[in-house]
Design a protein around this ligand. Structure first.
Ligand code: FE2
Length: 329
């Protein structure tokens, strides 16, 4: 049966063959995770990780990656059966990477991204770590954030930053998912196909207040559109649907309509188990999840096609990847 507007289209899935996984794992276990603040050590780790990914990713995966990173390429990609650390420590209740963890998942994440894009992070979020630990943090479990267990409505990340300063894409990597809690994804194309033209016109106006999310240690808000077209005419989106605020009556009506529309669209639900990685374009796909209980630990990395605009704005050196979001407003 062909998909309808209310049904998700199938996500492209790529499963790593067992032999490639074993060989990649063996070599990744030999890497040591560096202090990311040591830019030379971090770069060495990234370069070694990219070499491993290029050596072990089969041709169909390489082709899918190339297509994903094309401006008009696919919006999301799911890798299955990637190498994962054979023995994991308990999920970190302080949200920080456990020092006892081996560096397999980080090598896979950096290897997948940095062959074609650049990891970025913000000093104001998770201490600037290039790879974020996404697991409930003691004291934050009830928050609507990556540190919580509460339901998290579909959103994009860092919607308060201008498009050239925000992550173009996200990679979520599964380490542990006892409750099989799914990650929900919803493509912008499906939203646009279901939205009345008047709603899209309203969403393109700069009449929405985007506050900084609770995962950031700065309180800021910018007024901007929710939907826009890039230089190539491709629609893009930035929104926290639960937190965006109107600046006028048209915006208030548009937010209500958008939330009602999202309630009618069935999201694609992806259970990220150990060794699964979901890559998607942050400005083309919304993501979220339901409430969950039990132990769940994902890792997340932001990436972008060019760090040059961020370095230029903040005055950070050529090899920097951590930026102060306060300087990007
Ligand atoms: Fe998010």
């Amino acid at each position: 049966m062909p998909p309808t507007l209310l049904q998700p289209t199938a996500l492209r899935r790529i499963s790593l063959p067992q032999a490639a996984r074993k060989a990649w794992l063996r070599e990744a276990l030999a890497l040591t995770f560096p202090d990311p603040l040591n830019l030379t050590g971090w770069r060495d780790f990234v370069d070694a990780s990219v070499a491993l990914a290029q050596r072990h990713l089969p041709a169909d995966a390489q082709e899918a990656m190339a297509a994903f990173f094309m401006p008009e390429g696919s919006d999301a990609l799911l890798f299955e059966k990637l190498p994962v650390d054979p023995r994991l420590p308990r999920p970190p209740k302080d949200g920080k990477r456990p020092a006892s963890k081996t560096a397999v998942s980080e090598a896979v994440i950096a290897g997948l991204i940095e062959g074609r894009a650049s990891i970025l992070s913000y000093v104001n979020e998770k201490s600037g770590a290039p790879i974020h630990e996404i697991t409930p943090v003691a004291g934050s479990e009830h928050t609507t954030s990556s540190a919580g267990r509460a339901p998290f409505a579909c959103h994009t990340d860092a919607a308060f930053l201008a498009p050239r300063f925000s992550p173009r894409g996200l990679l979520l990597f599964g380490l542990l998912n006892e409750p099989s809690a799914p990650t929900a994804v919803l493509s912008l194309d499906r939203i646009l196909a279901a939205a009345p033209p008047g709603l899209v016109r309203s969403l393109e106006k700069p009449v929405f207040r985007h506050p900084s999310p609770s995962s950031f240690e700065i309180a800021a808000a910018v007024t901007a559109p929710i939907v826009w077209r890039d230089a190539a005419g491709i629609f893009r989106i930035a929104v926290q649907t639960h937190a965006v605020q109107p600046v006028n009556d048209e915006a208030r009506e548009a937010i209500a309509q958008l939330r009602a529309l999202l309630d009618t669209l069935e999201t694609e639900r992806v259970v990220l188990g150990p060794g699964d990685a979901l890559m998607f374009k942050n400005d083309r796909v919304l993501h979220g999840r339901d409430a969950f209980s039990g132990e769940r630990w994902l890792q997340r990395a932001y990436f972008t096609d060019s760090l040059a605009p961020l370095r230029e704005r903040t005055g950070e050196p050529r090899n920097a990847f951590v930026f102060d979001a306060a300087k990007l407003l």
